[in-house]
Design a protein around this ligand. Structure first.
Ligand SMILES: *Cc1c(COP(=O)(O)O)cnc(C)c1O
Length: 229
């Protein structure tokens, strides 16, 4: 098998990010790459950090904790991109700069409480579920506003935007309506709740389309590191 070096994959992804942004008339600097390292070994993370990547995404608190403790000295930002159970919240608030997966009022209250204990303002995104796949977490479109409303009184949470995981399609154009929908939801909330800047959407197969539709965080795993083991 032809082996492509991580450095080449990184520069190829940054090129694609840049061109997608320019196609959409956006500033490429608005788009932040979250390198998703779930199920990837430590040495790949260290190699990526050595090559200059700074934001890493994990989907399990326990796995992330072990990695975060071992990869030191790079000044990295760790993001939680997977579902958060309330019993892991204390740990999550200590570990993650940004939690992409707020999906209930109950979780918001617990995050807020844990953040308050350590004097942190926890940055979060609301995960929105835009399709009826049973396994997916997230609040429905109609519930986003209610959750925002309830979070107004939680002083140690800062909601910065929305996140979604659309269904997988081979053809990224088929995912475009989901990305567009998330942007429209964000825009429709702006008059009441202020402009939520961040849209976390787009993965290895469809991040260019996501950027064309307004993504500010793209979460990329396999296109950077190859298949997960
Ligand atoms: C695994 C994962 C990704 C990365 O997926 P790839 O297709 O490997 O790029 C992005 N977001 C979430 C929430 C994930 O769990």
């Amino acid at each position: 098998m032809y082996y492509i070096m991580l450095s080449e994959r990184i520069s190829s992804i940054f090129k694609k990010i840049t061109y997608a942004a320019l196609r959409a008339g956006r500033n490429p600097e608005e788009i932040k790459l979250v390198a998703v390292t779930k199920s990837q070994p430590l040495d790949k993370i260290i190699e990526a950090a050595d090559l200059g990547l700074r934001i890493f995404g994990e989907n399990r608190v326990q796995e992330a904790k072990q990695k975060i403790e071992k990869v030191t000295g790079f000044n990295l930002e760790w993001h939680l991109v997977g579902h958060l159970q309330t019993n892991k919240t204390k740990e999550a608030v200590r570990l993650f700069t940004l939690i992409h997966s707020l999906d209930s009022e109950k979780l918001a209250i617990v995050i807020n409480r844990e953040a308050e204990k350590i004097g942190k303002i926890q940055r979060v995104l609301i995960q929105v579920k835009l399709s009826e796949e049973e396994t997916k977490y997230g609040v429905n479109e109609e519930e986003v506003e209610g959750l925002l409303e309830k979070c107004q009184i939680l002083k140690n949470i800062k909601i910065e935007g929305l996140m979604t995981i659309p269904p997988f399609y081979e053809n990224p154009e088929d995912v475009r309506p989901y990305f567009r929908k998330l942007r429209e939801i964000r825009n429709s909330l702006a008059s009441k709740y202020g402009y939520l800047r961040e849209l976390s959407m787009g993965m290895s197969n469809d991040f260019e389309v996501a950027i064309e539709e307004g993504a500010t965080f793209v979460r990329i795993g396999t296109a950077l590191f190859g298949p997960r083991i």
